[in-house]
Design a protein around this ligand. Structure first.
Ligand code: PGA
Length: 255
């Protein structure tokens, strides 16, 4: 059965020294977590140092982005090989901030997903609608395009190594969370899209995280939903105690 996966997306926060400190606190806080998969995604700059901190713990290392080419003249980018070498297991791909500020498209998401899978890392594929898209009744068409784009050409085996993060853009960093029902409805729709592509049993095995102002106060309600299998956490992941406040209800539900 699918697992609850809770990943902290630190975005452009924390120096290397601060990242090492926070990673150590997360490792300590998550010491007794046995059922939830816990991951943290510091900046690229801090990954190598944080890798040393999480080594041997039950906290997995995640990266915030990757380039799809192996190497070459791509100023500012890092390759999947580079991430793999230092022990990265999960890579966040297609985050709405990448899509809106840095020109990420469904096509580049697909290229990155394939590259990450080819090196046996797990992509966390981010999808989600803007407020305008939701208001205009385009939620389902947006999610359909994003899922079909991200999974284009992927086999069922490939798909089983992915995680999806459904993040309504209007809930990211705003303090506004989708209600339990709104989130569940979108998650069920996304699982239906996966079922169309790969059949029901594969779709039932893929973890779909919720993201967007998830915090200790709303985590239990969201995680209790049938199709919500974890969270991609921004702001609340920047402190070990609030991050643990999201992981703990997930652990309780998984027992
Ligand atoms: P937030 O960010 O928890 O701060 O809303 C979530 C995300 O962007 O992954």
């Amino acid at each position: 059965m699918r697992k609850i996966v809770i990943a902290g997306n630190w975005k452009m926060n924390k120096t290397v020294a601060e990242s090492v400190k926070l990673a150590g606190e997360v490792v300590a806080a998550a010491r007794d977590i046995k059922h939830v998969v816990v991951a943290i995604a510091p900046t690229h700059l801090a990954l190598a140092k944080v890798a040393e901190v999480v080594k041997g713990s039950n906290v997995k290392l995640a990266a915030q982005d990757v380039h799809w080419e192996n190497q070459g003249a791509f100023t500012g980018k890092v390759s999947a090989d580079m991430l793999k070498e230092i022990g990265v297991e999960y890579v966040i791909i297609g985050h709405s901030e990448q899509r809106s500020y840095f020109g990420e498209t469904d096509e580049t998401v697909n290229k990155k997903v394939r590259k990450v899978l080819s090196l046996a890392m797990k992509p966390i594929v981010c999808i989600g609608e803007t407020l305008t898209e939701r208001k205009e009744g385009r939620l389902e068409s947006v999610l359909t395009t994003q899922v079909n784009g991200a999974y284009a050409g992927l086999s069922a085996d490939d798909a089983l190594s992915t995680v999806i993060a459904y993040e309504p853009v209007w809930a990211i960093g705003t303090g506004v969370t989708a209600s339990d029902d709104e989130a569940q409805e979108a998650h069920a729709f996304v699982r239906g899209l996966l079922a169309k592509l790969y059949g029901d049993s594969v779709a039932q095995s893929i973890s779909i995280q919720y993201g967007g102002s998830m915090k200790p106060e709303n985590a239990a309600g969201l995680l209790a939903q049938k199709d919500i299998d974890g969270g991609l956490i921004g702001g609340a992941a920047l402190k070990a105690d609030s991050f643990l406040g999201i992981i703990a209800p997930g652990e309780a539900l998984s027992k």
